[in-house]
Design a protein around this ligand. Structure first.
Ligand code: PGA
Length: 244
């Protein structure tokens, strides 16, 4: 893993955006793996600014999001389809038919998971996957205990994950209990991974990622076996984690 240490969230977001926009300029038909949540908000904001200033084109870019809640319609502001349109896609020249997010609102979500995995494979796979990390080490919605061999599948969300995400809902009860997520093997197949870690609440996760044992109890630990992972991490997440 290549670790890039930055001062704060702003700097992390800017560096991540430079990394992605440079790659899109080099390969306009890049396939990006995208993530949601609090961490990548600044990245998307910077990418939109770059799009406005430098006219980086997303016309040929294809995207695959990591995950989606089960049971939320795409028009629900808490669905990840809504988030992606609202936060990013509506502000750049991407062709929405090339943007893929698993559907959590279909009758047969198990079938949807199988189809999504195949769709990624058939399209030639993800070139760069953007990732965040949960404080319990989850990547995507792969909670501790998920098999390292898992492909896109349906998961029961951990209480800690539902509590962490309750800030986006009116209350904890509204947070869905299930999600559809790329599996760990799916994530590991992406050619490159850009992992963003910011803030004090991720200190322990960073320390476990760097120095813990590689095991299914801490899903992100498997990233140490991936040949091309770049981690951009801010000072608040590093403090006391003794990365140095
Ligand atoms: P966050 O979530 O960016 O909202 O902290 C990260 C994650 O759970 O993967």
């Amino acid at each position: 893993m290549k670790i890039i240490e930055v001062n704060d969230y702003q700097e992390m977001s800017k560096q991540a955006a430079d990394y992605i926009s440079n790659r899109v300029r080099k390969l306009p038909s890049l396939t990006l793996g995208l993530s949601t949540g609090g961490t990548p908000l600044g990245l998307y904001k910077n990418l939109i600014e770059d799009y406005k200033e430098n006219h980086t084109s997303y016309q040929k870019v294809k995207t695959f999001n990591l995950d989606e809640y089960v049971g939320l319609a795409q028009t629900n502001p808490n669905s990840y389809r809504y988030y992606m349109n609202d936060i990013f896609f509506n502000h750049i020249n991407i062709d929405k038919s090339k943007t893929n997010i698993p559907r959590g609102d279909v009758d047969d979500v198990e079938r949807e998971a199988l189809d999504y995995e195949q769709l990624i494979e058939r399209s030639g796979g993800v070139d760069i996957q953007i990732l965040g990390i949960g404080s319990n080490g989850h990547i995507g919605f792969n909670e501790p205990g998920t098999s390292f061999d898992s492909k896109t599948h349906i998961v029961e969300l951990a209480t800690s994950t539902r509590e962490a995400n309750a800030r986006f809902f009116n209350n904890l009860e509204e947070v869905p209990t299930r999600a559809i997520t790329m599996g760990i093997a799916t994530i590991m197949k992406s050619k490159e991974i850009l992992l963003l870690i910011s803030g004090e609440s991720k200190k322990e996760a960073l320390a476990n990622l760097m120095f813990g044992e590689i095991h299914e109890g801490f899903p992100a630990s498997i990233l140490r076996n991936h040949p091309a992972v770049t981690v951009i991490v801010d000072k608040a997440a590093i403090a006391e984690s003794k990365v140095h």
